[in-house]
Design a protein around this ligand. Structure first.
Ligand code: ARG
Ligand code: GLU
Length: 719
């Protein structure tokens, strides 16, 4: 009975209303989505969002750094993204004297905008379906390896052709698990300067406690600017570069949104896996996540305690802690969401229906009959191995000293190779020497030693001995399971726990010193672990992905045949997408109802001067007291801070513009609500909400709190 009901709702959802689910390809909006978007209230056209021939909203969107989104908001290349996306760069400019993380940073003029080596932004110039060309000469009889090399060769031709005579880059990427291929032509700018960032008590208000949660009050934005050379083309940093003139920038609406309003999110979602079999979802939610959650919890407890006690440790470890905590909490929410949604049961019920459908026709039976049994057998074989892999990567290999020690591997190897010259060895040592200060700027050996003892304890006691590198069992026996003693011994002997010893070693380095690396206790743990991975688990993992990649391609195609009326969207793969939905609250639990927006009143309610994450900025307090909101306050008399909607988003959508029915900027996406974080595996219209910063709060902070009026004046505000 339960299965029938589950299946029924599944079918209704899959055939009819999508209610927010989906990350759509911009170039297919006209064909697939425009009608529905207009019915939901959109007043612009698909062509306004993505156009082959004219400039369109797409030209104001960038992939920011490695994994966020940003949007252009002025004709001088001014760019908005999240505070947590700019965090690493804000931190790199920070020290105890100029603590921009804590105090915020606002350049008073172009000349004060700070360069960020290594940071780039990428525009999508165009995309194109190249499936036929990519799959040319590919046959179903090919092995996966043959198939891959045929496709790579085809793609190289497509890419070369696409970028000939330009400074663009291009790539061909698989969609729908390799059933379709798209060419993406891109343009990358690498002189990106920091313009402004609010203090952490605004930009990270609520910290990791509020992260992934609703109600939320984080002013999660930062401001950058794209610089170009005199011809408005990409160029490496130079003081002669000038602000970039974009093809398009976003207008900013001061109107705000209301419940039920149409919104869309335009950005770069990283990864989703919506079409996996039940066994895969079970492995993620019930194996991988719990193991990683436990190990991360231990690291976080130690780091958090040290940060509470020491300001320097807070600067050194805040970005690291945020990274560890972010996925830790995401995984907790995801596993709970999968359970609450009965996602594994739902997928199993779906698989039963699918199998019956496949069995009802001899052609389908031949093509798809063995799919699900094959999946089930490979997952039951692989799950314990994946557990072991998760234990290693989230355990020993997450310890800083072990990772750092291993960065000397190449030096040790080259030193013992006769074919490598002395000067090459010395050059490598010099290069490593140059990185020492940068690494130790953010390192505290007492924190790391505590983590070492705690993680080794859990790893050695809990991970399966069947897949454990021998060195761990030997060490555990040698130290009689006294993990603190083991940690103390490693840290007192290793060369790599302080800048002084590391530098002294590298400054006088000659190739015979390689044995000191090879004998280093931290290095030995790293080397043994990586060797084990390479000789054992890597092969299993490679084989697993080989098999499941090809199964998934077939299963994807089969699901599309099984549900011919359903509109499918491709899983996120860090390419530009549009998600659309409605501004809407939700009911996270029995008897609880959540409103769709938060206000400055909530910040005052959360205020706690004793807790770092809940300190309220005094300037903010004063503006609140005098209700000095200028044009940014809502018509209800309050200052709106954030709002939620049913847009389907994921990691990578951070910083994405949230646009209204007229295509004006109303918010900056920065998170999802915890109850809905399983949407990477299965979307639930009742529980999945994206969280956006209300753009009016962003402007209010820039103008009223920071007094950086010159920036607001650069933007185009509409009423
Ligand atoms: N959860 C958001 C995302 O996935 C924000 C992360 C940064 N904030 C934090 N408190 N760690 O990126
Ligand atoms: N904060 C996430 C990011 O950095 C977005 C939240 C999500 O995963 O939806 O991309």
């Amino acid at each position: 009975m339960k299965k029938t009901i589950i299946l029924l709702t599944f079918f209704l959802l899959s055939l009819g209303l999508r209610a927010g689910e989906g990350m759509w390809l911009p170039l297919l909006l006209q064909q697939l989505n425009e009608k529905e978007m207009r019915a939901m209230g959109m007043r612009i056209t698909a062509e306004d969002i993505y156009s082959i021939n004219h400039s369109s909203l797409k030209d104001a969107i960038v992939l920011f750094g490695g994994g966020c989104t940003g949007e252009i908001v002025s004709n001088q290349g001014l760019l908005l993204t999240n505070h947590h996306c700019g965090y690493g760069n804000i931190q790199r400019h920070s020290s105890l004297e100029h603590d921009y993380l804590t105090d915020g940073f606002w350049a008073q003029s172009l000349a004060e905008e700070l360069p960020n080596p290594g940071l780039s932004v990428t525009f999508l110039v165009r995309m194109e379906d190249v499936t036929a060309a990519a799959l040319k000469n590919v046959t179903s009889r090919m092995s996966e390896t043959q198939r891959d090399s045929a496709i790579s060769a085809n793609n190289k031709l497509i890419v070369d052709q696409a970028i000939k005579g330009t400074h663009y880059k291009a790539s061909v990427r698989p969609f729908f698990a390799g059933n379709q291929y798209y060419l993406l032509v891109t343009e990358t700018f690498s002189d990106i300067r920091l313009v402004g960032a609010p203090p952490s008590n605004i930009g990270k208000f609520g910290g990791d406690t509020d992260n992934w949660m609703w109600p939320r009050h984080t002013g999660d934005f930062s401001v950058f600017r794209i610089y170009a050379n005199k011809n408005n083309n990409p160029a490496d940093y130079s003081k002669d570069n000038i602000p970039y003139t974009p093809k398009k920038y976003l207008n900013i609406s001061l109107k705000g949104v209301s419940e039920g309003d149409f919104t869309f999110v335009y950005g770069y979602p990283g990864t989703t896996q919506e079409y996996l079999p039940a066994a895969a979802v079970d492995m993620v939610a019930n194996h991988k996540n719990p193991i990683a959650i436990g190990l991360r919890q231990q690291r976080l407890d130690i780091i958090d305690q040290a940060m509470e006690q020491d300001r320097l440790v807070r600067i050194q470890y805040s970005a690291k802690a945020a990274g560890i905590a972010n996925f830790w909490k995401k995984m907790i929410g995801e596993s709970r969401g999968i359970k609450r949604l009965d996602a594994v049961d739902k997928k199993q019920a779906f698989e039963q229906e699918f199998s019956q459908w496949a069995a009802a026709d001899p052609y389908r039976e031949a093509a798809y009959g063995k799919l699900l049994p094959a999946y089930n057998s490979i997952y039951s074989d692989f799950t314990p191995k994946n557990d072991a892999y998760t234990y290693l990567t989230e355990g020993p290999l997450s310890i800083e000293i072990i990772r750092y020690a291993y960065s000397f591997n190449k030096l040790a190897q080259q030193s013992s190779q006769k074919t490598v010259s002395d000067s090459a060895v010395n050059a490598l040592a010099k290069q490593l020497l140059a990185g020492v200060d940068g690494y130790f700027k953010n390192y505290d050996k007492n924190v790391d030693r505590k983590i070492f003892a705690a993680i080794m304890n859990t790893y050695c006691e809990k991970a399966s001995p069947d897949y454990m590198p021998a060195i761990f069992t030997e060490m555990k026996a040698g130290y009689k399971a006294d993990y603190q003693k083991w940690a103390d011994a490693v840290f007192s002997k290793t060369l790599f726990a302080s800048a002084e010893t590391t530098k002294a070693f590298l400054e006088k380095y000659s190739r015979k010193d390689a044995k000191k690396i090879l004998n280093d206790p931290a290095f030995q743990l790293a080397a043994a672990t990586y060797a084990y991975l390479q000789q054992n688990l890597s092969k299993d993992i490679a084989r697993f992905y080989d098999v499941t990649d090809s199964l998934q391609r077939i299963y994807m195609k089969a699901q599309m045949e099984f549900l011919p009326k359903k509109l499918f969207y491709p899983d996120a793969n860090s390419t530009l997408r549009v998600a659309y939905g409605q501004v809407k609250g939700y009911e996270p639990a029995d008897a609880v109802e959540y409103n769709w927006f938060s206000t400055l009143d909530g910040i005052m309610q959360k205020e706690n001067p004793d807790i770092y994450d809940y300190v309220v900025d005094p300037r903010l307090k004063e503006l609140y007291r005098t209700k000095n909101y200028g044009p940014y306050g809502d018509r209800d008399g309050t200052m709106h801070v954030t709002f939620i909607a049913t847009n389907h988003t994921t990691g990578g959508n951070s910083g994405s513009p949230v646009l209204d029915a007229d295509g004006n900027l109303v918010g900056i996406n920065f998170d999802r609500c915890w109850e809905g974080t399983m949407s990477d595996l299965m979307y639930d219209p009742d529980q999945c909400r994206n969280i956006s910063l209300d753009i009016r709060y962003c402007l209010f902070v820039i103008d009223k709190v920071a007094g950086a009026k010159r920036l607001v004046e650069e933007m185009n505000l509409v009423n």
